[in-house]
Design a protein. Structure first.
Lengths: 95, 629
């Protein structure tokens, strides 16, 4: 999976984020690189470290995209999705 | 506690509660967004509900009366949908303060109905932790039981009740299933919850782990993914079909609020004219009769005439919201709206503003982000509302000769009208950008949009919403318009000369028109237009009637050729463009001001909006009058 996060000045640009997932891909959330309050809002919606996130459909043009997490479907813009660090699961366990 | 857990292993728990001497006086409903809390509230209270704002804030307070089967009544409070009680947003603050009895305007509830979505229980149970720790008798309601069953989910209610230390009931508020258990609970002696364990409340991961453990103990089997929702989304969010459906919905809304509703609006107008004449013939000619008919009756009529359109708009928004399509529309519109510094949820309110800014501003409540919501409220009045339409028609007809353009596809007048619609839209967009890059710059709060499952809207829920929103519209818009029309009527009928009301140019309104003439002369307007402008602050279309009476027309209307000719004599082409620009930009609508005050919780934003729009209108008209000769 190739990363497209090189153009933003994040130090840990090596790890994958939610924007790297294509429709149907699932990944495990490692962490949220957002200020405390914003991270909390996302966690209340199910984006907790260790949660399995599946990329769903998107608006035309690919932004925002719907993600399935903890029994809900939540749409995030790219600018938010790229703050959610993930590692990709074994593809055979895909739903 | 939980007597029910002793006698039932699993399945549907029949709740039996001992009878107390007196029922509680107040019960609060709380639950996460999309848990069906409001549907339950509507079931319990029906038409016996009231909507107001919590004093000092913009959160709406829905209260209602619940009648128990034995005839006793109690007050129910529908709190805003929240995920937690940590007071960060205004909604959470209100929910927290009401439940802990910290608000003096609301009695502390003696019982709580916690409404959770049974199809998403593990996550929704997180809210149970802070609620149960309040120590208030609580009934935990697992809503959408029909959905859970249909999609193969399961839960052991007795085990869940044991874990939570509170009674639990599986209900479907939409179908009316299990509502009896809610009444039984409210009629019983209620005891405080005694959960087995509670998590550290401020910590989301620990709360979620606790919720997971509890639902595990209750043998919760989550339902299968919603097949129909996935299938529908495959079409409605399809890269090609999705935007097409979206466009079709927008066109349908437009068509309905402009075309289909016209006969209804004409009918209302006719009804008010006929009843006005009827009242006139029943009363002896006097000043009182004139006040009653030209002041009060016309004022009432000028608001009621918009009611069919406004109700239709609310109906559409209700269907979009209850069916779950509103979230999809917001998703599709988000990218375009983001260019103007707004977001997807601003789209439908702005679309509604083409009919009337008042319902549009009321429907911005679905936008959770406060700054985005304020920005949407501030630009909504720039959208070309129905009240501007007759004014534009009159001026365009008076000054633009109707010539065909592009063969016979378009006429010059049509192009002029389209240009005016575009002008309002462009100014709205520019204003949004300006606001969002200055005073309303968001601290980049992430845009989060929950996609609920698709559901059929229920007639009861749509009907109650329509009733409730129309009531707010009539009260807010109606009272203020009535007051202003009466004041305007008086100013057009004083001072008396020889015991008779003066001609309009000698009246107080006329004097004011002359007084402001120096201020509006640079815009190319004379005192007659000045009087028209003053009266148009009650409602924009009023200018037609006042110009009609200044020019002595019997039957003024936008299609009255004599009125068009009179205007043509009194205005230069530059002045005509200036007048159009003035109507496009100025905040000439007291109803909108009243609603903005209500929705933003104070005078700050309506004052800012009025000042901004007035300056823009004046400068715009001034430039037009000087550039175009």
């Amino acid at each position: 999976m190739q990363l497209s996060v090189n153009n933003n000045n994040q130090p840990e640009a090596v790890s994958a984020t939610l924007i790297d997932l294509r429709r149907g891909d699932a990944a495990i959330l490692d962490g949220i690189d957002l200020p405390g309050e914003d991270a909390r809002r996302l966690m209340e919606l199910g984006f907790l470290p260790g949660a399995r996130v599946t990329a769903g459909q998107s608006a035309p043009g690919g932004d925002p995209r719907v993600f399935q997490v903890d029994g809900s479907e939540i749409a995030l813009r790219r600018e938010t999705a790229r703050r959610l660090k993930v590692h990709v699961e074994n593809p055979s366990r895909k739903r | 506690m939980s007597e029910c857990s002793d006698c039932h292993g699993c399945g549907t728990a029949v709740l039996e509660f001992p009878r107390p001497a007196s029922a509680p006086k107040a019960v609060a409903l709380i639950g996460p967004p999309n848990s069906g809390k409001t549907t339950l509230f509507n079931r319990l209270t029906g038409l016996r509900q009231k909507v107001a704002n919590f004093p000092g804030v913009t959160v709406e307070q829905h209260t209602g009366i619940v009648e128990l089967p034995d005839g006793r009544t109690l007050r129910a409070i529908d709190l805003p949908g929240v995920y937690s009680l940590s007071p960060r947003s205004e909604d959470e603050q209100i929910a927290h303060d009401v439940l802990t009895g910290k608000r003096h305007d609301t009695p502390k509830p003696e019982a709580i109905l916690l409404v959770l979505d049974s199809t998403n229980l593990s996550r929704h149970l997180m809210l149970a932790a802070p609620i149960l720790s309040l120590g208030v008798p609580t009934l935990v309601l697992l809503n959408m039981a029909d959905d859970l069953r249909n999609r193969g989910g399961k839960i052991d209610l007795a085990a869940l009740s044991r874990e939570l230390g509170a009674p639990v009931a599986l209900i479907s508020a939409r179908q009316g299933e299990g509502i009896g258990q809610v009444f039984d609970f409210l009629a019983s002696t209620m005891s405080k919850p005694s959960p087995k364990e509670l998590p550290v409340l401020q910590d989301v991961p620990k709360c979620r782990a606790w919720a997971g453990r509890v639902s595990g103990q209750a043998a919760y089997r989550p339902p299968l993914p919603p097949t129909w929702t996935r299938r529908l989304d495959a079409v409605l969010l399809h890269p090609v079909a999705g935007p097409l459906v979206f466009l079709a919905v927008v066109v349908a809304v437009f068509q309905a609020i402009f075309d289909y509703v016209t006969p209804l609006m004409d009918g209302v107008k006719w009804l008010f004219a006929v009843t006005g004449n009827w009242i006139a013939s029943a009363l002896p000619p006097s000043l009182l009769r004139s006040l009653l008919i030209d002041g009060v009756w016309k004022g009432v009529g000028s608001v009621i005439v918009f009611l069919p359109q406004v109700m239709l708009l609310f109906l559409f928004i209700g269907i979009l919201e209850d069916s779950g399509y509103l979230a999809r529309a917001a998703l599709i519109a988000d990218r375009t709206m983001a260019r103007f510094g707004l977001q997807g949820k601003s789209f439908i309110p702005l679309l509604s503003a083409y009919a009337c800014a008042v319902p549009a501003i009321m429907s911005t409540r679905t936008i959770e982000n406060k700054r985005d919501r304020t920005a949407t409220i501030l630009i909504a009045p720039f959208m070309t509302c129905s009240a501007r339409f007759p004014v534009y028609t009159l001026i365009v007809a008076a000054f633009v000769p109707n010539q065909p353009l592009l063969g016979h596809a378009l006429g010059t007048r049509t192009v002029a009208m389209i240009g005016l619609y575009a002008l309002g839209f462009l100014v709205a967009v520019a204003t949004a950008r300006l606001l969002k890059s200055s005073i309303l710059r968001s601290a980049r709060t992430p845009f989060l949009l929950e996609m609920p499952s698709y559901r059929w809207p229920t007639l009861q829920s749509l009907g109650l919403r329509l009733y409730d929103r129309s009531k707010v519209f009539l009260r807010r818009a109606g009272t203020v318009i009535l007051l202003v029309t009466v004041i305007l009527w008086i100013s057009a009928h004083v001072p008396f000369t020889n015991g008779h009301p003066p001609a309009i140019e000698n009246s107080l309104a006329g004097t004011i028109g002359r007084t402001i003439e120096p201020a509006i002369k640079p815009l190319g307007f004379n005192w007659k237009i000045g009087i028209g402008l003053i009266t148009s602050f009650a409602a924009r279309e009023t200018i037609i009637a006042s110009l009609g009476s200044i020019y002595g027309m019997d039957n003024p209307g936008e299609n009255n050729v004599d009125l068009q000719k009179a205007l043509h004599r009194d205005l230069t082409p530059g002045g005509a463009v200036a007048l159009l620009i003035f109507f496009a930009f100025a905040m000439q609508c007291v109803s909108t001001i009243a609603v903005v005050r209500r929705e933003t919780g104070g005078w700050k934003w309506p004052a800012f909006q009025f000042a901004y729009m007035s300056v823009l209108a004046y400068v715009g008209s001034f430039l037009a009058a000087h550039i175009i000769r």
